[in-house]
Design a protein. Structure first.
Length: 667
């Protein structure tokens, strides 16, 4: 059976005989220029891949002269690969060889994976001509992993990083992790939780991190750390961690220097400061810019960066959390050191199943803004619900901010093209863990895959990526792939329907799983469910127009227009911006109450449809994978009904309406 460990790198033997004949023409040798570690990885990957796809050991020949019939890995400074030439690649047929060229070894590695992907999909190489370069420079995973091996919001086992046995023992799995990322174009990884332990700044841990970094380096991946802002005090024994205190600045400089001694290609720091109780510069009356710039100063001698998170909100039940990041950060535009990138969650609140795009995008033109997506399914049903996330990522990326007129999409903000930035970033909160199949739910592998592919090229479509992933990972059978891809593409909408229809909002308390919309006692005044969903006897939803919090004013007029009139707001966003009366008739002809019922019921039922799609593919699926997903879909159905009923019963206490006698949830 397939235990999922090989992910999308299965390299199953090519079965199409005419395609196989085509490929065999290029297997008489591999030649390479360059001898660095990354080139070695490319070569190793190519040899492994070809052996497994085509059953042939292909040897390296270095002086090939005019020979044809091979694959050439050519490190070539003149390679013409558009915008970000360093990591771009070109794959062409030339003089009877397949030639992969790039300016860098990393580019060769990415090209090699692209060729192997092409071959895994059994596509012809007769007119091979592929060129690609990344649209975003820093493409990275954020691990919310703790030193004790737990993972905050992790649902696939414990941490991959075995701190207690490092640096002496380096788990071979680190290399498999690096390979998987490199195959997608991911080039950075933050090893530890943003709620960071100061321990990672100790020499003891720096050498452990260095051992992991040496594995990552072989695959073109740079290692980063999250830092605890108060480390100078708690670890360094200084009286404060004030960013304007020269002793504190000196402490960070020395720390960064020590890190670079052990990790010459260290990527930089990720910082969560003055956010959810974490320490930060505001503890000393300083700004986020003061804090970030202090760290940036420590990185001046090196090629590292500071990624500062914009995830902030106040413990104030009267404030609108939606507005908080904009209010704190927009006034700081232009004040950040050029080495700082601001990392902004895709939506204004917190990775909800559907959020409008964060109003920060486009509104800080002088500051490079990166986007942070969440792969781990904190609000998406953990590891028992199948939710394909590419449509979530795409929805944000394609949103138009209108800051420089129509077409000013979030994608153009974060790829730097709108405001001319070259330090550009896409980050994904990882969904990996020690489970054999990496992600718990076998279909959640697709979310890692989709994030990686989109971080390289945000123009790929959800459909393309799903088809590619399913083909590489589950089956090559066209007939089986269709229902799987359909299931994937609809899964997010189905989840939203039984979880947060119509823009309903509910960051749950506790573990963020159970449907507890009634939760009224968090540890903070704003951490209650009613704060988010605003149910009362009149209606439901958060008024963010002028009559309410006026958060809409943070967007450009064109965007406001889409959302400021309750009669014209697209239904998926309705309750994000309006408090709507229970009996108000919506564009569907149903009242709000009826529409909620319809969605809760239809979408909970739709999980049965998902099961049917999965069953259609069964004959072509590995039995182990089939059974695992089929069982999880059963759990999903049970929980979807549970969530539906919990919401309906709870909302009834406000709406005081019955489920109509003749209500027949559409099948
Ligand atoms: C969410 C999540 C936390 C996490 C935080 C963050 O609130 O529940 O676990 O620390 O986001 O992104 O910093």
């Amino acid at each position: 059976g397939d235990d999922g460990y090989e992910l999308w790198l299965k390299y199953k033997p090519v079965t199409d005989s005419s395609i196989k004949a085509e490929y065999l023409r290029y297997l008489s040798f591999i030649s390479k220029s360059g001898n660095g570690e990354v080139m070695q990885s490319a070569l190793r990957e190519l040899q492994t891949g070809l052996k497994s796809l085509l059953g042939k050991n292909v040897n390296v020949k270095n002086a090939v002269g005019n020979k044809s019939g091979g694959i050439i890995l050519r490190l070539d400074p003149s390679t013409d690969t558009a915008k970000l030439p360093e990591e771009g690649y070109r794959i062409q047929l030339s003089a009877g060889n397949i030639v992969i060229s790039s300016k860098s070894e990393s580019g060769i590695l990415y090209g090699t994976f692209a060729l192997l992907r092409h071959m895994q999909m059994q596509l012809s190489v007769k007119t091979l001509n592929l060129a690609s370069s990344p649209k975003v420079r820093y493409r990275m995973l954020n691990h919310w992993d703790n030193p004790d091996g737990t993972i905050e919001r992790g649902y696939a086992g414990s941490s991959l990083w075995k701190w207690y046995e490092l640096p002496e023992r380096v788990d071979p799995r680190y290399q498999d992790y690096a390979r998987a990322n490199a195959s997608l174009g991911i080039n950075g990884t933050v090893l530890n939780n943003v709620n960071a332990s100061a321990r990672f700044m100790s020499q003891e841990y720096i050498v452990k991190v260095a051992a992991v970094a040496s594995v990552m380096r072989k695959y073109g991946i740079r290692t980063y750390l999250s830092v605890y802002f108060a480390a100078p005090k708690t670890l360094g024994g200084l009286p404060s961690s004030d960013p304007l205190d020269p002793k504190v600045r000196a402490w960070w400089k020395e720390k960064v220097a020590l890190i670079y001694k052990e990790i010459p290609d260290f990527g930089g720091f990720l910082v969560k400061a003055n956010s959810e109780g974490e320490p930060g510069p505001q503890d000393y009356g300083r700004t986020h810019a003061d804090g970030a710039n202090m760290l940036a100063e420590a990185f001046q001698p090196y090629d590292g960066i500071v990624i500062w998170r914009a995830f902030v909100y106040k413990a104030d039940a009267n404030a609108d959390r939606f507005k908080a990041a904009y209010e704190e950060f927009v006034p700081l535009d232009g004040k950040f050191d050029p080495k700082v990138i601001l990392q902004v969650k895709n939506g204004p609140i917190d990775f909800q199943p559907r959020e409008p795009f964060s109003p920060l995008f486009g509104n800080m033109p002088k500051t490079p803004l990166g986007v942070e997506f969440q792969l781990t399914q904190e609000y998406l049903g953990f590891a028992t619900h199948a939710v394909y996330e590419a449509p979530i990522f795409k929805e944000t990326l394609e949103s138009d901010t209108y800051v420089n007129g129509a077409g000013s999409t979030v994608a153009k903000v974060i790829d730097g093209s709108l405001h001319g930035h070259s330090r550009t970033l896409m980050a994904g909160v990882a969904n990996t863990g020690s489970d054999r199949n990496w992600t718990g739910h076998p279909l959640a592998q697709a979310n890692w895959y989709a994030f990686g592919r989109l971080s390289w090229d945000h123009q790929l479509t959800s459909d393309q990526i799903a088809t590619e992933w399913a083909g590489l990972t589950l089956t090559r059978n066209q007939k089986a792939m269709e229902p799987i891809v359909k299931l994937m593409l609809k899964s997010r909408e189905i989840y939203v329907g039984y979880n947060t229809p119509l823009g309903l909002s509910r960051p749950w308390m506790g573990v963020h799983f159970a449907p507890e919309p009634w939760q009224s006692r968090g540890s903070r005044p704003d951490w209650t469910a009613v704060y988010y969903h605003r149910a009362d006897s009149v209606g439901l939803g958060f008024d963010r127009t002028v009559s309410g919090s006026n958060a809409l004013a943070q967007y450009r007029p064109e965007v406001q227009q889409q959302w400021n009139n309750p009669d014209k707001t697209p239904l998926p966003y309705l309750l994000w911006f309006h408090h709507v009366a229970w009996n108000k008739e919506l564009s569907t002809g149903r009242t709000l109450w009826q529409e909620l019922l319809t969605r809760f019921y239809t979408c909970a039922n739709s999980v049965v449809w998902m099961q049917q799609q999965w069953d259609l593919a069964k004959p072509s699926l590995d039995p182990q994978v089939y059974t695992d997903v089929a069982a999880r879909l059963k759990v999903q159905h049970r929980e979807a009904i549970w969530w539906r009923d919990a919401w309906v019963l709870y909302l009834q206490t406000f709406a005081r309406q019955l489920i109509p006698k003749d209500f027949e949830p559409p099948k």
